[in-house]
Design a protein around this ligand. Sequence first.
Ligand SMILES: CC(C)(COP(=O)(O)OP(=O)(O)OC[C@H]1O[C@@H](n2cnc3c(N)ncnc32)[C@H](O)[C@@H]1OP(=O)(O)O)[C@@H](O)C(=O)NCCC(=O)NCCS
Length: 189
Amino acid sequence: MHTERLVLRSLRPGDEADVFAYRSIPEVVRYIPGAPKTREQVADLVAERATAGRLEPTSPILTLAVELDGRVVGDVLLHLDGLDGHDGRQAEVGWVFAPDVAGHGYATEAARALVDAAFREVGAHRVWAKLEPENTPSSRICERLGMRHEATFRQASWFKERWTDLAIYAVLAEEWGASGQASSRPVGG
Ligand SMILES: CC(C)(COP(=O)(O)OP(=O)(O)OC[C@H]1O[C@@H](n2cnc3c(N)ncnc32)[C@H](O)[C@@H]1OP(=O)(O)O)[C@@H](O)C(=O)NCCC(=O)NCCS
């Protein structure tokens, strides 16, 4: 997928150095599962995700590399509950970006394209994100996309050796407008 400034594509061999550059930084992985990655772990991650470049019934998780001027500066994730039946048509989205490109709206631009594809191409009914409320850069992405803050659960997740609060943001297909953005007046909201 092409956006104004970015290319979203499957991870592929050769991306390891770019991905290591951000996934090895402790502050970057603070709110995402796992410790900072070693080069070997990044090589495994790229190899594993590169083969899972399509949504399949056996593989409802899609990771896309986000390229800026030929460099992978981040990756975004779409995790479908399933590919069969109505219940499965809910998709969780996630994102992680290199700190040196922060503050230019690249993550928002990539996330918007991903959510748009989830609705238009995958046929999702609901797209949602979960995050720690203190992760304000992430909650601001949700807000810029027009996702609704639906709940904050107190100490609902045991994450990195402590209980953490969990904020849930979501948007429905019927709220996602033709411009690839949640409408300002969500149906029923
Ligand atoms: C979450 C994360 C991707 C957010 O990065 P980010 O740089 O704040 O997000 P964006 O690239 O969308 O940039 C948004 C900022 O650029 C500004 N901006 C500049 N040009 C912009 C444009 N054209 N469009 C949108 N925003 C723009 C915005 O005002 C915003 O600034 P602010 O921080 O002062 O509000 C990043 O902090 C990260 O990778 N964190 C670690 C991983 C993580 O926590 N993932 C989520 C787990 S739940």
